[in-house]
Ligand binder design. Structure first.
Ligand code: FES
Length: 507
C-alpha cells in the first residue's frame, strides 16, 4: 500500500521528479484481472498479463510505488545474506537452486521490462557480497560459498572488497544489479495504463469476494469485477489463508549520504549483528552511498529514533560523510521458513492470489512473484511455483518458529490491554505520545510540536491489538501484524484497511 505519509521520505521518493499521476477510480469497472497494490510484485504481474492480452486494472491506496517498494535499498540480487546454505539444509540443493533460479529470473525480468519499455531507472550491474568482520563467522561464509557453487552460481570466497574497512571474509556473486525502484515502477505503470487496462491511484480496496465464477473487489471509489484478483499488498488484507499468523513484520533503517571520498561500488550486506547494508546510488548527478541496518520487530522498540542515531554513528565512524541527505525506514514480512508465499489466497481457490513474505528482498522476490502469478493466471506451468506455494506446510522446519511468533502476538494482544498509563494528556510534552486512560476509555494521544493534541483509538482495526508509538516516524504501529497509522489515525500500511477511530480529549 502506498503512503507518502512518511515523516522521512526515501531517496527514491525524494528524487523522482514530476512523477506521473494516475486517476482515482470513478464508479464500477470490469477487467480480466484486478491487481491490488502498485509495488514491484503487482506491477510486474500486471505488465506481463497485459502483454499477454489481458485487460488489467491496478488499484493502489496511495501513489504508485510509494509504499514498501519506494522504501527499499533496491538491490536486485539472489544473494540474500546467508541464504543458500540455510535453504540447502532445509530443502536440499534442489530447493536452494529453485530459490536462486526464481530470483535470477526476477532480476532478468526487471532488466528486460526496463529495456523493452525504455524505462530509465538507473539500472546498473554490480557484484553482491555477504560479508563478516567477525573471525568466528568465516566458516559460515565458507559454507555459503560451497552451497552457492553446488547449485551452479559463480560465487567465490574473497577477503578484499572496496569497503573502507577490513572484512574477514565475504561471498562475492558477480552480475547482480541495483536500480531506482520508483522510477522503474512509475515507468512500468505508464505502460500498463491505457489500451483497455488502467492504473488507479488513491483507490483503497476494502474487501475481496470470490463469487465462484468471478471475483469482486470493493473499493472506496467503486466496485471492480474480474476473473482473477492478485493481492500484492505487502500482507494480504483479505486474508483467508491466515498469512498474518504465518509471517512477522520487521522494520529496518536506511540513510543516503554524500562522501568526501570514494563510494564503494559493490552491493554489500554484513551477516553480523547488527546487520549493515551498503550500495551506491545517484542523487543530482552525484554518486552517493546508501547505508542500512538496525532491523527489529515492528512496534516493539520504545524509541526508534535511536535506530537512526546508531546507524548514522556507524556511518560516520566508517565513511567520510560530507552530508546525510535522506533518512528512511522500511518494513517487510518474514515467513517462518524464509521463503515467500506466492499463489492462491486459500487452498483450492484459484481466483484470488497473493504474494507476501519477501524477507526484505522484495525487488527480486517481488518480480519473481509477479512472473509466477502471471503464469498461474495464464495456465502456464511455472518451475518455481510449488516451492513458493502459498499454502505449503513445512512442519519439520517451521512449527517451533510459528508457535513462538504467535505467542508473541498473543502476549501483545493481552498484555498491552492490561498495561495502564498513569499520565494524563496534560502530562504530554510536545513530541510526546502515549496510550492513556481518559475517562472510561483508552486513547492513543500525541501532542505535536505546536502543542496540538491528536487523539485516536489505540485499537488496531485489523484484529484489535494495541498500537504503539513510533518516535522516529511519528506514526502509530501495530506490534501484532505491522499495520501503521498516522497520528490522526489514517491507515498508512495494512493489513488494516480502516482508520483508527477518532477520540475527543480536552487538553
Ligand atoms: Fe493485526 Fe494490528 S495488524 S492486529
Amino acid at each position: 500500500m502506498g503512503s507518502l505519509h512518511e515523516t522521512n521520505p526515501s531517496l527514491w521518493v525524494g528524487t523522482t521528479a514530476d512523477p506521473p499521476r494516475f486517476h482515482e477510480l470513478h464508479g464500477d469497472a470490469t477487467a480480466d484481472v484486478v491487481v491490488v497494490g502498485a509495488g514491484i510484485a503487482g506491477l510486474t504481474a500486471a505488465a506481463l498479463l497485459k502483454e499477454q492480452g489481458r485487460r488489467v486494472v491496478v488499484v493502489e491506496s496511495g501513489p504508485v510505488a510509494a509504499g514498501v517498494t519506494g522504501y527499499t535499498t533496491a538491490k536486485l540480487t539472489t544473494l540474500h545474506g546467508l541464504v543458500f546454505d540455510d535453504l540447502a539444509r532445509a530443502f536440499g540443493d534442489d530447493g536452494a537452486r529453485t530459490y536462486a533460479d526464481a530470483n535470477l529470473a526476477g532480476m532478468a525480468t526487471v532488466a528486460d521490462l526496463a529495456s523493452r519499455h525504455g524505462i530509465d531507472c538507473d539500472l546498473e550491474t554490480r557484484a553482491a557480497y555477504s560479508y563478516t568482520v567477525d573471525p568466528s563467522v568465516v566458516d559460515k561464509i565458507t559454507a555459503e560459498v560451497a552451497a552457492a557453487q553446488r547449485i551452479g552460481l559463480l560465487a567465490e570466497f574473497v577477503t578484499e572488497t572496496d569497503l573502507p574497512y577490513r572484512v574477514e571474509a565475504a561471498i562475492r556473486l558477480p552480475d547482480q544489479a541495483q536500480f531506482h525502484p520508483r522510477k522503474f515502477c512509475l515507468g512500468l505503470a505508464r505502460t500498463i495504463d491505457g489500451g483497455g487496462s488502467a492504473v488507479f491511484e488513491h483507490t483503497r480496496a476494502t474487501s475481496i469476494h470470490d463469487e465462484g465464477d468471478h471475483c469482486t473487489v470493493e473499493t472506496d471509489h467503486g466496485t471492480l469485477t474480474a476473473g482473477h484478483v492478485i493481492q500484492a499488498t505487502h500482507l494480504p488484507f483479505s486474508d483467508t489463508g491466515g498469512f498474518f499468523a504465518r509471517t512477522h513484520p520487521e522494520r529496518s533503517y536506511v540513510l543516503s549520504a554524500r562522501l568526501d571520498g570514494p563510494v564503494p561500488h559493490g552491493m554489500y550486506l554484513s551477516v553480523d549483528s547488527p546487520t549493515r547494508s551498503v550500495r551506491s546510488a545517484r542523487m543530482d548527478g552525484e554518486e552517493v552511498v546508501v547505508l542500512g541496518g538496525e532491523g527489529h520487530k515492528v512496534g516493539q522498540d520504545p524509541d526508534t529514533r535511536a535506530r537512526y542515531t546508531a546507524l548514522e554513528d556507524w556511518a560516520r565512524a566508517n565513511f567520510p560523510i560530507r552530508s546525510v541527505d535522506y533518512r528512511w525506514s522500511a518494513q517487510d514480512y518474514v515467513t517462518v521458513d524464509h521463503v515467500p508465499f506466492v499463489g492462491p489466497a486459500s487452498p483450492g481457490r484459484d481466483r484470488v492470489l497473493v504474494a507476501t513474505g519477501f524477507k526484505k528482498w522484495g525487488m527480486s522476490n517481488g518480480s519473481a512473484a509477479g512472473i509466477m502469478l502471471a503464469d498461474r493466471i495464464a495456465g502456464r506451468d511455472n518451475p518455481w511455483a510449488g516451492f513458493f506455494d502459498s499454502n505449503r506446510l513445512n512442519p519439520k522446519q517451521s512449527v517451533k518458529d510459528l508457535v513462538a511468533a504467535n505467542a508473541n502476538v498473543v502476549k501483545r494482544f493481552v498484555g498491552d490491554r492490561l498495561r495502564t498509563e498513569t499520565r494524563t494528556v496534560d502530562d504530554l510534552d510536545p513530541g510526546d505520545a502515549a496510550v492513556l486512560v481518559v475517562g472510561s476509555e483508552r486513547v492513543a494521544a500525541y501532542r505535536d510540536e505546536a502543542g496540538r493534541v491528536h487523539a485516536v483509538s489505540p485499537v488496531c482495526t485489523h484484529m484489535g491489538c494495541t498500537v504503539t508509538w513510533n518516535t522516529a516516524e511519528t506514526t502509530w504501529d501495530c506490534p501484532c501484524h505491522g499495520s501503521r497509522f498516522t497520528c490522526d489515525g489514517a491507515v498508512i500500511q495494512g493489513p488494516a484497511v480502516k482508520d483508527l477511530e477518532p477520540r475527543q480529549v480536552h487538553a
